[in-house]
Design a protein around this ligand. Structure first.
Ligand SMILES: NC(=O)NC(NC(N)=O)C(=O)[O-]
Length: 382
């Protein structure tokens, strides 16, 4: 049924870029301390929007820059900040993005990590004076001794072809906080922390209904056919989407028939479709589905369908080499028959309770378009 889904793999980029950004401000990431924020605050590191440069923008402190930028240091030491991840989890890679910092980029950086689940809440922010650096609350963390994820490494300047400093990470433990060190000072535009959330499922009563695919519950996108305007991982973010950039949006398919026809249910008869595969944070029985096309007004899909299957981690390994690169074909079973999709839809699926726990879903949209949120409410098995 229909043309085979296309697989567009951009192979010159690291595979870890497909994971979630656990430090993003929209996932709840927060900078809780910085030694110096003279030119530009460290909170800019966690912005979701790509960095900008506005040639005419100046502040009373100097040139306005879209990133974290400290003063030219004239005292011993180096600059650093502490970031609390919005979603604690396993980190697979980092991007230290120096975009637009050219004569003022940080020449070297290192990254350290800790899991501070048991520590009291840390709230103090740094200031432009760097005075908070001596605060005993932060000294007590001994962050200078945290595990090293990235050793001191030279960075490349923020020109368009050199700005991404990618670091694959192979660190098996759950992380809640990072310390980003700049040697000795300078600017970094963004810190992207790519990984998968990790939740303590043992603490959750089995009868509790949870959005099993949510970013905060460990959901992750493993592959997709097209993400021209927006990555499918955006669909599992917190709350309703902020704007059209905060959703999965494909390009218009070029195989759309010149004259469109619909079937008896009003569903377009088109040969092509797009898909995204997501792994749930925990296998479970799904009882309610939400599909929200908020903000996609002239570009919502005509219809959507959801399939699901149960794969062990070993089985998943057969389909994911770096990213989702083949397909379990006959393992998929239909969770949601093709539906028209043009606003916020809730589907109750009592009958699905009988189909047993599933670990992966595939959202199929036809022929193309945008979906802002996907929620899969269910319970983990006994
Ligand atoms: N032109 C600059 O960007 N100068 C300085 N930085 C800012 N933001 O003003 C500097 O030298 O670090």
């Amino acid at each position: 049924q229909g043309a085979p889904p296309s697989l567009k793999i951009v192979s010159d980029q690291p595979d870890f870029l497909q994971f979630n950004n656990l430090a993003c401000e929209t996932a709840g990431g927060n900078v809780i301390f910085a030694t110096d924020e003279w030119f530009a605050p460290a909170s800019n590191l966690l912005k979701r929007e790509p960095p900008e440069f506005i040639a005419s923008a100046f502040t009373e402190y100097g040139k306005w820059m879209d990133g974290w930028e400290t003063r030219r240091k004239r005292i011993p030491g180096h600059d650093w900040c502490i970031i609390q991840l919005g979603v604690p989890g396993i980190i697979h890679g980092l991007d230290v993005d120096t975009s637009f910092f050219t004569g003022n980029y940080s020449p070297s950086a290192s990254v350290q990590a800790a899991c501070l689940d048991e520590s009291p809440a840390l709230t103090l922010e740094g200031d432009r004076t760097g005075m908070a650096a001596s605060d005993s609350q932060f000294e007590a963390l001994h962050s200078e001794s945290w595990e090293e994820l990235v050793p001191v490494t030279e960075l490349k300047p923020g020109y368009s072809d050199t700005c991404h400093n990618y670091f694959p990470i192979n660190y098996p433990s759950r992380v809640t906080h990072l310390r980003l060190n700049m040697y000795p000072d300078g600017g970094i535009a963004r810190l992207k922390v790519y990984g998968v959330g990790q939740k303590d499922w043992s603490a959750l009563p089995t009868q509790d209904q949870l959005d099993l695919v949510a970013l905060v519950n460990g959901g992750v996108c493993l592959g997709y056919s097209d993400a021209h305007f927006g990555h499918p991982r955006n669909m599992i973010g917190l709350g309703r989407s902020a704007n059209m950039g905060d959703g999965w949006e494909t390009a218009r398919r070029l195989d759309r028939p010149k004259n469109l026809q619909v079937d008896g249910k009003g569903i377009l008869q088109v040969p092509g479709y797009e898909w995204a595969v997501l792994r749930l944070g925990h296998p479970g029985v799904i009882s309610q589905i939400e599909i929200d096309t908020n903000h996609f007004k002239g570009n919502f899909p005509d219809s959507c369908k959801i399939e699901a299957c149960h794969l062990t981690p070993e089985e998943e390994g057969k389909y994911v080499s770096g990213r989702w690169s083949s397909d379990p074909g006959n393992k998929w079973r239909v969770l949601l028959q093709p539906q028209k999709a043009h606003h916020r839809h809730f589907y109750s699926c009592d009958s699905l309770a009988q189909s047993g726990p599933v670990s992966h879903v595939r959202l199929v949209i036809a022929p193309d378009g945008g979906v802002s949120r996907l929620r899969l409410w269910g319970v983990k098995p006994l």
